[in-house]
Ligand binder design. Structure first.
Ligand code: HEM
Length: 443
């Protein structure tokens, strides 16, 4: 058991006070540590190899766990909470909307959004870069999800609801008792309001799509693809309830993470002038003054390595869970049936024996592809049957934003600003105040 357990509260105060510090401290102990959320035990897996075992090699022994159970309240019967055959079927229906080929169709619209937003910045006027990039990520996501004329109104509503939604899910997972979900405190209130807000925003867009009689053939948005998707056994399409759940699931799973990662990306760029120089040289050389396309963005090799390294060092999903499907052993530890297991990809990627100097930001560690890392060493997008469906989309979104910004601006830290890791639903770069300085080529 982890040290510092308090009567009734267990390890909760330590986890709430400094979640990443606390989870990190466990990595120097045994491979599995018991902590207590109030009086409720939770087993923390402290190596990526054990996580890989749960997600891949012994996946049949595990179910999704408490975070997903709490998320069900808002995610309904959507992909991210489903299990077994239903999950497999639903995943097969959604996957085609997010293939590399399909996402190429969303690029043009996303480029327009990113360029408009980056062009609106004022030279020398500080930005809350965490908020700005988070917002930009949400807008890019929303623009790919909904067709243009519906995207603006829907984005505002979805943007408002999503953070409260996600923060509520994590908080409810960590409450020591279920009755706490009913307490009239801010996080619960915001969560309760966010739920109908999100549902009605998505219902409205679906109704407008139905009214406009849009199909995948005429419209390249993700929602149009989902409306056109057919279940292979039955030949049936999703009804409006299922469509709404799937859209909400995609928003919750994917709308925040690319923007959150972008904030950390620009934070690291500002800390490493040599890396920034190489990135800018590559962007100038590969893109020149050409319009941004999937083809030229995919040729940004060094910048893509920087994204990869950002996702390793600042993995946005800092807490995930699984639940033991039976009495079992994990890393030699006995976990009872229904035991909750937590893991933090953020801390584990920083504490991985497979990397030299794992806390350093070093994009070049991804250069030598002959260095074969075990599959467990890098999994910011998860792995196995629940592996992220939005991986290609997320990377493309980030490259669009990075290119649109870096062609115009250098983002330098505002003097005196201090960045702090704040794990809300995802790992936020709080306090990231940056000043946009025009690049010579763009003036
Ligand atoms: C930087 C961006 C992102 C990161 C780091 C990320 C990370 C993850 C991780 C770790 C999982 C697995 C969770 C688990 O096993 O418990 C996951 C699942 C998922 N992600 Fe992402 N994600 C990102 C962006 C996106 C985007 C943009 C979308 C949608 C367009 C998306 C859609 C999904 C879906 C649908 C699942 C559930 C898949 C299933 O259960 O079959 N993600 N993601």
């Amino acid at each position: 058991m982890a040290p510092g357990r308090l009567p009734l509260l267990g390890h909760l105060p330590a986890l709430v006070r400094n979640p990443i510090g606390f989870l990190h401290s466990l990595t120097s102990g045994p491979e599995v540590t018991t902590i207590y959320i109030g009086t409720r035990p939770m087993y923390v897996a402290n190596t990526l190899d054990l996580v890989y075992e749960m997600l891949v090699t012994r996946v049949e022994d595990y179910r999704r766990g408490i975070i997903f159970e709490k998320a069900e309240k808002v995610l309904g019967k959507g992909l991210t909470v489903l299990e077994g055959d239903v999950h497999k079927k639903q995943r097969k229906m959604i996957q085609p909307a997010l293939t590399q080929r399909q996402i190429a169709g969303y690029t043009q619209a996303m480029v327009e959004v990113a360029e408009a937003r980056a062009s609106a910045w004022q030279p020398g006027v500080p930005l809350d870069a965490n908020e700005e990039l988070h917002d930009l990520g949400m807008e890019l996501f929303s623009r790919a999800l909904f067709r243009a004329e519906f995207a603006v109104a829907a984005t505002e509503r979805v943007k408002k609801a999503t953070p409260a939604f996600m923060a509520g899910i994590i908080a409810h997972s960590l409450y020591p008792a279920q009755w706490m979900e009913k307490l009239p405190i801010g996080i619960n209130r915001r969560f309760n309001v966010a739920r109908p807000q999100m549902e009605s925003a998505v219902n409205d867009v679906i109704a407008r799509y139905r009214g406009a009689d849009v199909t995948g053939a005429e419209d390249k948005s993700i929602l149009a693809m989902l409306m056109a998707a057919v279940e292979s056994d039955t030949g049936q399409r999703m009804d409006d309830g299922q469509l709404r759940d799937e859209v909400v699931n995609l928003v919750v799973a994917g709308a925040e993470a690319p923007g959150t990662t972008l904030a950390w990306f620009f934070h690291e760029v500002a800390q490493h002038p040599e890396i920034e120089k190489r990135m800018v040289a590559e962007i100038d050389e590969v893109l020149g003054t050409d319009s941004l396309t999937v083809e030229n963005l995919m040729r940004l090799e060094y910048t893509t390595m920087m994204v990869k390294e950002t996702l390793r060092l600042h993995t946005p999903t800092w807490l995930l869970t699984r639940r033991a499907g039976r009495d079992l052993e994990l890393g030699g530890y006995r976990i009872p049936r229904d035991g909750e297991i937590a893991f933090s990809l953020t801390t584990l990627h920083r504490h991985c024996e497979h990397y030299d100097d794992p806390t350093a930001f070093d994009p070049d560690r991804w250069r030598d592809t002959s260095t074969v890392l075990p599959k467990s060493a890098y999994m910011p997008f998860g792995v196995g049957k629940h592996r992220c469906l939005g991986e290609h989309f997320a990377v493309l979104t980030m490259l669009v934003a990075i290119a649109a910004i870096a062609r115009r601006w250098r983002l330098v830290p505002k003097p005196g600003s201090r960045v702090k890791e704040v794990p809300v639903a995802l790992m936020q770069a709080q306090g990231l105040a940056m000043i946009p300085i025009p690049r010579p080529a763009s003036t």
